[in-house]
Structures are given as structure tokens and as C-alpha cells.
Write a protein that binds this ligand. Structure first.
Ligand code: CA
Length: 225
């Protein structure tokens, strides 16, 4: 994986770099919020380790700006023990997880694995998560209580969510992918389709939930993904 470390404490940054290299990851380091955000916006990283207390721009501000600009790279926030409020703020802003300093190497690696775990991939003709299966050919969505057929746009929306489950997908990305760049689709069309799909998920007894992340987009909550 390619990881970005945004941490102003040089020593910690170096320890993290060495640890991640040992585990065969590629890393880049930024030492303040402004450089960190610039690097993160390139979108080339599989995950970002983002310290909260940073010079230039703090981690929460960096995260807010990334999410507002449609960057959905998984973010692991590093917080100090005293920064409880920051954890809450961070998670609300779109952090995927946080870790309190000091932390054990094993825990950092485990959290990184968890936040970068890819969503489901098509196995044969099916995309699966939780108790739910989406069939690529028939566009049928099946859960514990039954099967429904999805309309074309509903299918695309569900396939996007399933392929990237647990990650926040910005509304813009749905519009680009489902309606196309030139489309005049309003963001509220997405909301309409999301509500259709939610009803169908409930109808088939699915354990998946489409969660709205206000001002950003949607993510699929999966009991185990
Ligand atoms: Ca710091």
C-alpha cells in the first residue's frame, strides 16, 4: 500500500515510516497540515495517517477540506489522550478511525488494514456483503427475506456502494458515474435513488444500511465487510 503520514513530530514520523516500510508499504511524509493536504489531494494514497495537532492547518481542518473536495481516501487520525473532543469531531468530519498516542505498532497496522479493506468484489457474477447479494446479470438484489430487481440506476448505485463498502462515496462521484460528467442531474436525484434502494434493502431483509454523511455523500454500513 502507499501511505501518507502527516505528522509534525519528526521522530514519530520516522518511526512510523520505518515500521510501515518494514511491513512493505510505501510511504510519503508531510510535516504540517498544508503540505499534508496538498499531498493527500493527489489521491494516490491507499490511506492517510493524519495527526490532529499540526502546524499550519490542524488535522480536522485538513480532513474537512479533503472530504469537502470529494477526496475519500481512508484516514486514520492520531490524537493525544486529552483530545476526546477531537476524536468525535474527527469521526463526524469523515475520519475512518482514530488512534490515541502512544500506540502499539501492531494496533496501528491492524487499524490500517481495517480501514483499507476493500469492499466486496465481484466473485463470478455476484457482489456480496453481509447477508446480501447483488447479481451482475439479472440486477437482482437478494437478502434473507427475498429478492427484488433493481432498476438500472439503482443497480449502479448499489454496485458502487458494495464495491467500496465502508468508504464514504461523495455525491459527485455518483453523479459522474451514473449520470455522466455532462449531466444536469441534481444531487437530489441521488437522494431519491438512495431512498428507493433503502426501501428495497429493507424489503428483502438485508443487514446493509446506506448511511448519509451530511454534506459529503453516502457509505454502506456492513455488519462484517
Ligand atoms: Ca502533532
Amino acid at each position: 500500500m502507499k501511505l501518507l503520514i502527516v505528522e509534525d513530530e519528526r521522530q514519530l514520523s520516522e518511526v512510523l515510516t520505518a515500521l510501515l516500510k518494514q511491513n512493505l508499504h510505501e510511504t510519503d511524509a508531510a510535516y504540517n497540515g498544508i503540505d499534508g493536504e496538498d499531498c493527500a489531494m493527489t489521491g494516490v494514497y491507499d490511506a492517510i495517517i493524519l495527526d490532529v495537532m499540526l502546524p499550519g492547518k490542524n488535522g480536522i481542518e485538513v480532513l474537512r477540506s479533503l472530504r469537502a473536495n470529494g477526496n475519500s481516501t481512508p484516514v486514520l487520525l492520531l490524537t493525544a489522550k486529552s483530545e476526546v473532543e477531537d476524536k468525535v469531531k474527527g469521526l463526524d468530519t469523515g475520519a475512518d478511525d482514530y488512534l490515541t498516542k502512544p500506540f502499539a505498532a501492531g494496533e496501528l497496522l491492524a487499524r490500517l488494514r481495517a480501514i483499507t479493506r476493500r469492499g466486496s468484489e465481484f466473485i463470478g457474477d455476484e457482489l456480496r456483503a453481509g447477508n446480501t447479494v447483488l447479481d451482475k446479470n439479472t440486477h437482482e438484489l437478494s437478502g434473507e427475506k427475498g429478492t427484488v430487481k433493481l432498476a438500472a440506476k439503482e443497480y449502479q448505485l448499489m454496485a458502487m456502494l458494495l464495491s467500496d463498502c465502508r468508504r464514504i462515496i461523495p455525491k459527485e462521484r455518483f453523479v459522474e458515474k451514473i449520470w455522466g460528467f455532462d449531466s444536469e442531474a441534481e444531487y437530489n436525484s441521488i437522494e431519491v435513488y438512495v431512498s428507493f434502494v433503502r426501501k428495497k434493502l429493507t424489503a428483502i431483509g438485508s443487514d446493509l444500511q446506506i448511511k448519509s454523511v451530511r454534506g459529503v455523500g453516502y457509505c454502506l454500513e456492513v455488519p462484517e465487510c
